[in-house]
Ligand binder design. Sequence first.
Ligand SMILES: *Cc1c(COP(=O)(O)O)cnc(C)c1O
Length: 817
Amino acid sequence: MSQIAYQIQDLSKIIADKLVLPHPDQIIRHILTDSRKVSEASSSVFFALKARRDAHQYIPQLYEIGLRSFVITDENFSVANYPDANFIWVKDSLKALQQLVAYHRSHFHYPVIGITGSNGKTIVKEWLFQLLAADFKLIRSPKSYNSQIGVPLSVWEMTHDYDLAIFEAGISTVQEMDHLEEIIKPTIGILTNLASSHDEGFESRTQKLQEKLRLFKNSETLIINSKYISELSEAKKIFTWSFDQDADLKITDISTHNGNSLIKGIYKNIEIAIRIPFTDKASIENAVICWASMLYLNYHQQVIAQRIEKLLVVKMRLELKSGIHQTAIIDDSYNSDFSSLEIAIDFLNQQSQYLTKTLILSDIHQSGIPAVQLYQKVAQLVENKGIDKFIGIGEDLQKHQGNFKMNKWFFKDTDDFLERFDKQIFKNETILLKGARHFEFERISKILTQKVHDTVLEINLNALVHNLNHYKSKLAPGVKLMAMVKAFAYGSGSDEIANILQHHKVDYLAVAYADEGVALRQAGITLPIMVLSPEVSSFEALISNQLEPELYSFRILEAFADYLSDHQIESYPVHIKLDTGMHRLGFTDEDIAELISFLLSHKALQVKSALSHLAASESDVHNNYTQHQIQLFDKISNRLSEALGYTFIKHIANTAAISKWPQAQFDMVRLGIGLYGIESVIAERAALQNVATLKTTITQIKELKKGETVGYGRSGIMKKDGKIATVKIGYADGYPRALGNGVGYMLINGKRAYTIGNICMDMTMLDITGLAIKEGDDVIIFGEELSVYDLSKQLNTIPYEVITNISQRVKRVYFYE
Ligand SMILES: *Cc1c(COP(=O)(O)O)cnc(C)c1O
């Protein structure tokens, strides 16, 4: 296949400091930076990148599955156990990766468009692909792969099959762009715009702009808003656009009508126009950038206008939802190309809820490589990634079905599939739907997913991972992390959240009750799980599911010890809860002597950890109390480990304590609410991303006269003639009745709409007098713009209560970009 093959000895000439190469002619086609994403072990080289977890630890398992080439940094790493593997030592493995790809890039002489800017990079890249793919064999960055690692992985895919490349570059601080420039070496540059994102990484806006412009230091041409040209230091060919100043393409008028925008401009003294199927400001700017780019590429205005009119929404996120007959559906029905297929399959493979993995794939168009090779490559990928069932939709896939080795079915098009396929055959599996737009896979998705009510809780998995990494970055080296997934993962949904946490290798999970832990085991979670409130009646379930109880009183301790001895179980991991001042559960200082003698005489109880809980870690007023709790915990837990003669994990810090009390991290922290984007320590909030958005849609709108009443008990009275909207969320969904009669509000198109009348069990009425709103519009109950903090203030409670009260009948939908 066209993927460029190197020999490992070629690589070593580019990047090595020191090497051991038993097989210098080993073929290298793939670069691996994430041990979980292997597709072709034998022809991959693994770069052990620096992360919080030392990537060298993955080498044994990679060797096991057939990887034979490694780029490493640890000089003391013992290679004796891997006689068959090639090792290259470098000082900085990220730099080595970048150098290697820069070398790879130097072999290609077709044009490369490099895009940077604060916003719009991915949209402009995807739109240019939509606009240019008919005329070029085009390769582009997958999704928004624009980081120090994402860029080299994208550029590595360049081959001689293509004749145009588009890559995006994103930076968060100084000097990063120089590295990306060396890899991308764009011949044509596009700067989208400059906004305030990542301001903290730069001294000033000017510095940020200068830094971004470094991507273009060797490019022949730059397509740019004319307001930035005074900042350009060196003379180069530029093509400018502007909404208000002189420019090669000067926009003179924008009018919107029926969901379309008509954009007029002047180019070479002639008035020209485009129409786009969008009306928002960002889309208009992005379309103008594409317009300017096409004019620069000498397209005829008529061709440009025809193509731009058909631009499609760019949707980069996958949706994970529950489907019919115990299935999970991953819906990626908006685009289809090879690299995003690979990313989507990796996401599929992260899901452990069901054993069977099914892929429904459409033909891939405009891939830039011939169909014969493309479908060989697809079949290989699908096989290497362990897909069990394959359903191909489209004539190309049908034609190349011989390549696929697993269980398979093929259909001419989506209609053919819907007519002939019996959906009953899907059961207990995770199904990835990956289709090009015009195959309309949303029709398949609709049939396979459970009916989604108007009200959904959207969970942004990227934000969750961001928050996890934020807290990880605050931990002292070696400190473990236990993630709290009790109470349906604080309302976010247990299986899916636990899956992501397992994939991101947290050390422990904790649930409140044994049955929550059993559910996680059934969903394929293999991490150790602590159960905070075990009951005697659940011991059997605990043990048969390898769940580890927290023991907090002599009553439960003795009962568990008896159970173990009755069943002749030895050395079972348990967690000892110490009460240092919360005064809820746990052994106190006075209990310790007795506790020690009990544990010494019951060796079947293997103390895995000792923990305590802080009563007011977030509160400055109680600093002395918290300090006292920490000291007491230190004292008692040490006494315990000395008496027992072995060490165990000690932990006391919850979310708020992770940042506020770094001295209380001990061996592990217990991260709860922060994971879900909520913090009691106000200074920490800005660093977190919003995870959950509760939204619904307007079911009906009514016009009412002054004096008419709304809802039960007639407590909502129209003060003047006006309009109300009914939405399908009520107190049974977790929208508290206390928010009725104008106490609470929701957001519709960014505007506040207050409740009117009493909240009903399943519905709420909102006063929308004076607002331009129609039936079907989205309504936000909480999320990014209307925070859970605000909502809980209106309710006089804390965010914990608001999020954990969202009823299970509200469907959770997960997003992943
Ligand atoms: C819920 C809980 C936590 C997590 O607290 P957050 O404030 O949500 O971080 C930690 N420890 C115990 C024992 C808990 O019950």
